[in-house]
Design a protein around this ligand. Structure first.
Ligand code: ARG
Length: 473
């Protein structure tokens, strides 16, 4: 026990030994600081905080709320602070609680009492609201860029393998042959929708809460349109209470992040499956695999597994912030300080996942021979046989399905593929079947025949690749 603690009343114990000991001297004030302090994480908002302060200071000058000379001093002080933070000499201090008060306290040390004029017509409530909105907006923009980089990596592989056959699955059972390019392009579509979700969220969040002050607005002749424009917002928010209370912009961004993470986890899972010797569809280089400390033969797709797992953290962040916001009365409550850690954590995880996935996609090499072989397994052209019966013999599809089922049963009984059945064997099931049927029973013919818009025919796949290349150019 420290001297300091021994001559201070103990919190709630009265037995001379604080139960939490050591770390705390048990003064309520210290515990208050421990639960209250946020500088450890909200220092990440420093650039946004400086941008907001600059816009606010310039507006105060041009509106005549503060003298130009004072405003200039403030702006010079802020420039100095930016320099200190960039060079790592800025003193971040717990005693000043958060990033807003740390910067203001430092400004006072640098320029004296004039620093106090910066907070005219402003509260930490609208200050943190604008800082956090700017941060989430930046994160959304960054994510769109990372999604597009991943799409480009997928496009390059899809283009190189637009007609490489592989099995298409439903229920993870061989269904119909597709091409590797087509399969990868499915993810290009998903990540394209993810990017558009972030763009939509950005458009909705792009209103500036600065100037709402504590909650009710300001009696000073401020120009909220000017600060909104200076910070790249489309307009100021229209209700001061909502301005300082709203965190749905972060919830929306975290929702978009969670959906993106589920898409990443699906591709990650496929990479995990495809790299197993049982599938043997793709190979990753040493750059994206790890070895085992005991089993010398192993090459594990750890990056894919970790990406598959990150959705837990990211969706967890959405849950965290949703529960923090639920039931909060208007306007600002300190609960909302808990918005930052989950949001930072989610976007850190998402960024790493997107970058690693793009790297892994560029790194992978498909084993086209294995994939093509697998594409023909499991009677994957059975639907093509049924379609042939419909087209050539004008059979109702349900009957064709039944005939094909009998053919599959016969082939299965003989331990051969459909294409290995003799014409006599086919005709024993349906006498009108002719030699022509064999043309539709290869996986290549099956894939090439699916020329419907968005289908797996290499020509269709190439058309979609061309469309996306243009969209991403
Ligand atoms: N650090 C606080 C937060 O993150 C800043 C706003 C504090 N406002 C207040 N009235 N105590 O929310």
């Amino acid at each position: 026990m420290t001297d300091n603690a021994s001559d201070t009343p103990k919190a709630g114990k009265g037995q001379g030994q604080a139960m939490w000991g050591g770390r705390f001297s048990a003064k309520p004030a210290e515990l208050m600081q421990a639960i209250n302090v946020s500088i450890g994480f909200d220092k990440r908002l420093w650039a946004q905080d400086l941008a907001g302060s600059r816009a606010h200071a310039r507006m105060l000058i041009s509106q005549g709320v503060i003298a130009s000379s004072d405003g200039e001093e403030i702006l010079e002080g802020l420039a100095k602070i930016e320099d200190e933070i960039a060079t790592g000499t800025f003193p971040f201090r717990d005693e000043y609680e958060d990033i807003h008060m740390n910067i203001e306290a430092r400004l006072r040390e640098l320029i004296g009492p004039t620093a106090g004029r910066l907070h005219t017509a402003r509260s930490r409530n609208d200050q943190v609201a604008v800082d956090f909105r700017l941060w989430v907006r930046d994160a959304a923009d960054r994510t769109v860029g990372q999604l597009e980089a991943l799409q480009k990596a997928l496009l390059a592989q899809a283009e190189a393998h637009a007609d490489a056959l592989m099995p298409g699955f439903t229920h993870l059972q061989p269904a119909q042959p597709v091409t590797f390019g087509h399969h990868l392009m499915a993810y290009v579509e998903m990540f394209g929708r993810d990017a558009s979700r972030f763009r939509d969220a950005r458009a909705r969040m792009n209103e500036c809460p600065l100037g709402a002050a504590a909650l009710a607005g300001s009696p000073f002749p401020i120009d909220r349109h000017a600060t909104a424009a200076a910070l790249g917002f489309d307009r100021p928010t229209a209700n001061s209470l909502d301005s300082v209370s709203a965190r749905d912009f972060a919830l929306e961004a975290l929702s978009a992040a969670s959906i993106t993470a589920t898409h990443l986890s699906r591709l990650a899972e496929e990479i995990v499956l495809w790299t197993t010797p049982m599938f043997g569809f793709i190979k990753l280089t040493d750059a994206f695999t790890t070895g085992s400390s005991i089993m010398p033969q192993k090459k594990n797709p750890d990056a894919a597994e970790l990406i598959r797992a990150k959705v837990g953290r990211i969706l967890g962040s959405l849950t965290t912030l949703t529960v923090v916001m639920k039931g909060l009365p208007l306007a600002y409550s300190k609960d909302m300080q808990e918005d930052k850690v989950p949001t930072f954590e989610a976007f850190d995880a998402l960024e790493l996942s997107l970058l690693a996935m793009a790297g892994m996609v560029a790194d992978l090499t498909p084993n086209t021979e294995n994939m093509a072989k697998a594409a023909g397994a499991g009677f994957s052209t059975a639907t093509d046989l049924a379609d042939w019966l419909v087209r050539t013999l004008n059979m109702p599809f349900r009957d064709a399905h039944h005939v094909t089922g009998s053919a599959v049963k016969t082939a299965e009984g003989l331990g051969v593929d459909l294409a290995d059945l003799t014409l006599e064997q086919f005709q024993a099931i349906e006498p009108r079947i002719t030699q022509d049927v064999y043309a539709v029973l290869t996986p290549a013919a099956s894939a090439a025949s699916r020329m419907s818009y968005g289908g797996t025919a290499p020509a269709q796949v190439r058309a979609q690749i061309a469309r996306w290349k243009e969209l991403l150019a």
